[in-house]
Design a protein around this ligand. Structure first.
Ligand code: FAD
Length: 441
């Protein structure tokens, strides 16, 4: 039964309370002239629980918290969290800029607990126009995820902070869905299924990003003493490091984003492929740790219980008895081979969540030639700019989209559009270099 919608019209409804929605909510919180609420289908904040591996850290400094880059004086900063939990001095003495991933998750939950504007267990189903505002229909969920009733929110603006969903290549997706005896899973579910993997006799990790490397190291360290084999296969031509040099980091900037957004769609798509090392590679420290692990495992002439294959694309997958057979094709030599394994962990990335809920708005929402959301430089996807996309605009805005360090800047832009004033000063240029050619003078 749909609860009759109260006639109250909010200024802003945020859908999705991951880091980007939560950051927007934390920055919205002190603004007295803004009426904002935020909803999420989950029961509470939880950041990539399946990849919360012991000792892993953020790939960005603590300044990339929910608020600091917009408002260093915010009570919702990572430093405020450390102070409140008695860990500020330990963090200071540690002298490392990168928070533990588990600590970042705890920090976000600490912020979430303080915000009255968050509504959990609410799945946004549809957004429609109603007069000069938008109507958001929500399913209210119980603890098992079943719908108990429906609610509607009226609002002038909507922030779509839907995040990304785990992606499996089609061959592996079919096997994962078939639910046979052998495990095929995405790295997002790694910790939940780690025990099954260790009992599978042999495991193959597919992919060569940071997640693949973290799973490979964790699994190999745990599996080798038990005699479980762990192989690592990637279609990339090498296990490449994440690029982390200062002048490249300047691409996480408003002015690089200006340039990227202004390029034609096909040029942007081409760039996304060549810019993979900017955030899809492995941290250099982790590559060293993996090499050290391999070195230790082979000490004394022991045989390595692992094979690492590069330039090896998985072109097909099937089960044979209780094994999985992967068809591999070498992209350089053209060779093909079968690879047998007991289980597969596919660290094959994430794709933007389908914004089905925009369907009622039809062609009021801009799409590009490939049907993706055509996100304007100011993060809106409609005229007159009431729907704002935060975090899934990599195809239009480039490397800044998934970067935690850019979330507060983007949230400042959205808040300024909603309020018609800049509650947080917005830097227009931060890089030493110039992207694009300077105007003639
Ligand atoms: C393992 C891992 C580690 C990462 N580490 C870093 C890092 O160190 N540094 C960095 O810069 N980036 C990192 N990233 C990339 C990125 O910044 C994070 O993935 C981040 O979580 C993105 O935040 P988000 O808010 O866009 O999405 P999410 O965290 O995915 O949150 C989206 C939320 O939207 C909700 N939702 C979706 N649809 C609906 C709906 N219809 N109704 C209601 N709610 C909905 C979901 O329940 C979810 O809670 C990492 C990514 C991964 C996978």
């Amino acid at each position: 039964m749909t609860t009759p919608a109260p006639q109250h019209v909010h200024d802003l409804v945020g859908i999705g309370i991951g880091p980007f929605g939560l950051g927007l909510a934390a920055l919205a919180d002190p603004l007295d002239d803004l009426d904002a609420v935020f909803v999420d289908q989950a029961g509470g904040f939880s950041w990539h629980p399946g990849m919360m591996l012991e000792g892993t850290t953020l790939q960005v400094p603590f300044l990339a918290d929910l608020v600091t880059m917009a408002d260093p004086t915010s009570p919702y900063s990572f430093l405020a969290f450390l102070k409140a939990t008695g860990r500020l001095y330990s963090f200071y003495i540690r002298e490392s800029f990168a928070p533990l991933r588990s600590e970042y998750d705890a920090y976000c939950r600490w912020v979430a607990e303080q915000l009255d504007s968050l509504r959990w267990r609410r799945r946004a189903l549809a957004i429609e126009e109603e007069g000069d505002h938008l109507l958001v229909t929500l399913a209210v969920l119980d603890a098992q995820g079943a719908t108990t009733r429906f609610e509607q929110l009226r609002t002038r603006h909507v922030a779509l902070c839907l995040g990304t969903a785990p992606h499996l290549p089609p061959s592996l997706e079919t096997l994962a869905a078939s639910g046979g005896p052998a495990a095929v899973l995405h790295s997002a579910d790694y910790l939940d299924r780690k025990q099954d993997l260790l009992e599978a006799g042999s495991v193959t990790v597919v992919g060569s990003g940071q997640s693949a490397a973290e799973v490979y190291r964790d699994l190999l360290a745990a599996a080798a003493p038990r005699g479980t084999r762990v192989d690592w296969v990637t279609r990339s031509e090498r296990f490449f490091p994440m690029e982390y040099t200062k002048l490249t980091l300047e691409m996480t900037s408003p002015e690089y984003t200006d340039l990227h957004r202004a390029l034609p769609e096909d040029v942007r798509d081409g760039l996304s492929r060549t810019q993979r090392a900017l955030h899809k590679g492995i941290s250099a420290d982790l590559i060293d740790e993996i090499h050290e692990l391999l070195y230790g495992l082979t000490a004394g002439g022991r045989e390595l219980p692992s094979r690492l294959l590069t330039a090896a694309a998985v072109t097909g997958a099937r089960t044979d008895a209780d094994e999985i057979v992967l068809d591999l094709a070498h992209s350089l030599t053209g060779e093909t081979a079968e690879h047998r394994t007991g289980a597969v962990v596919a660290a094959t990335g994430y794709r933007p969540r389908d914004a089905d809920l925009l369907a009622p708005l039809g062609d009021r929402v801009r799409r590009d030639a490939s049907g993706r959301l055509d996100v304007a430089r100011d993060y809106t996807v409609d005229e007159p700019g009431r729907l704002h996309v935060l975090g899934t605009e990599e195809h239009t805005h480039g490397v800044t989209a998934p970067d935690l360090g850019f979330g507060a800047w983007r949230a400042s832009v959205v808040l300024a559009a909603v309020l018609g004033r800049e509650p947080y000063p917005i830097e227009r240029a931060i890089a030493f270099q110039t992207f694009g050619l300077p105007a003639a003078h």
